[in-house]
Design a protein around this ligand. Structure first.
Ligand code: 2P0
Length: 354
């Protein structure tokens, strides 16, 4: 009998992204189709990213996955949808050195082992699903010789987590909501590469590393069902804002980027308050950070820094360059002095928050 003791692997890394025009609300929950376009900036992979290795071997008896070293279930619909869509598009794979030949129809019967690590604490309340699903889909596509373009892969990552589709590209990315019922045109498009505006500095101020109380999935469902403001936002506000944001990115107009980013974050949190029962993602510290930035921007008479908050209290701050980022850090440290060294460990480990 032939020996079947080989393993074939692929590894890739994908960063998370921060939305400057927010995605909030689905028109189709199963396919994860949004009610408005969104725009984000993909972070540098050295900081917040997922690294995933996928392996295939005839000795594997079932699909299995480990996240940060701990086995997790793949039975959820989101994983199943991504695995099914990728398997459908798999190609022939040959590794002459190892004497391996997998025909495209074989992938349906072959099992996968997946190991994924985040280079930041998963519980830190920082988007990890975006990097995770983008990386999973990209790595599987590499292993299985899937020939699709990044845009088509983004439509698969989207079925893992909406915001994941935007991590399929670097730089500035738009997720177009699309019109098709099957979601094939609800894909990510790159607006500008990561070199287009590389003076920008993004600072993430971890306000609390506790896991959020209302998941994004549940929160946006409740907003769709109960918030009249969300409907107005999706139909009337976002379409214009997306056009203005695209223009700001193209012309590297920091004042416009900052104005639109802050306004969109604030409207997203207003929608959360307009939801019944209301959802509170920001806390007092978040509000103090907003005041600090607003006061500074006003006193300078021009926009120095932008802030944006996702489904949690942590602040994402955008500075136009390293000089302003340095001044921002000074201001943050003055307002929020670090705790004494003796207590620092428990802050970093997330038992306490500033
Ligand atoms: C965003 N957020 O555009 C918005 C802003 C949070 C606030 O995308 O249900 O984890 O998996 O599609 O992608 C978080 O939502 O939700 C998110 P699902 P996801 O970044």
């Amino acid at each position: 009998a032939e020996t079947q003791s080989w393993v074939l692997m692929a590894t890739a890394r994908a960063p998370t992204n921060i939305a400057v025009i927010k995605y909030w609300g689905k028109r189709d929950e199963a396919l994860i189709l949004p009610i408005n376009d969104s725009i984000s900036v993909t972070l540098d992979p050295d900081h917040l990213s997922a690294t995933t290795t996928v392996a295939v071997s005839p000795s594997f008896k079932q699909d299995r996955m480990w996240l940060n070293g701990k086995e997790i279930s793949l039975s959820g619909g989101r994983y199943q949808n991504c695995l099914r869509e990728i398997r459908k598009r798999a190609g022939d794979v040959e590794d002459e050195k190892k004497g391996i030949r997998i025909k495209k129809e074989d992938w349906e019967k072959m099992h996968l082992h997946i190991a994924s690590y985040n280079n930041f604490p998963t519980a830190a309340g920082l988007a990890s699903s975006a990097a995770g699903f983008a990386c999973l889909v990209f790595t599987l596509a590499k292993l299985m010789n899937v020939k699709e373009e990044h845009g088509d892969l983004s439509a698969i990552a989207r079925q893992g987590s909406g915001s994941a589709c935007r991590s399929m590209y670097g730089g500035f990315v738009k997720w177009t909501m699309g019109n098709d019922a099957d979601g094939s045109d609800s894909i990510a498009v790159q607006l500008a590469s990561n070199t287009h505006w590389d003076d920008l500095v993004i600072i993430i101020a971890v306000v609390s590393s506790k896991q959020k109380e209302t998941s994004s999935t549940t929160g946006m469902r409740e907003s769709v069902e109960t918030s009249p403001l969300l409907e107005y936002r999706a139909k009337t506000v976002v379409p214009n804002r997306v056009l203005q944001m695209e223009e700001a990115i193209k012309s590297r107009d920091f004042a416009s980027l900052a104005r639109l980013t802050c306004a969109d974050s604030n409207q997203f949190h207003a929608v959360c308050l307009d939801t019944s029962p209301p959802i509170f993602y920001m806390n007092d510290t978040s509000h103090r950070i907003i005041s600090l930035v607003e006061r500074w921007n006003r006193s300078e008479g021009s926009l120095q820094v932008a802030y944006t908050f996702d489904a949690g209290p942590n602040a994402v701050l955008i500075a136009p360059n390293r000089k302003v980022a340095g001044l921002l850090l000074q201001r943050l440290l003055f307002q929020f002095p670090p705790p004494p060294e003796s207590e620092l460990a428990s802050y970093i480990l997330g038992d306490k928050s500033i």
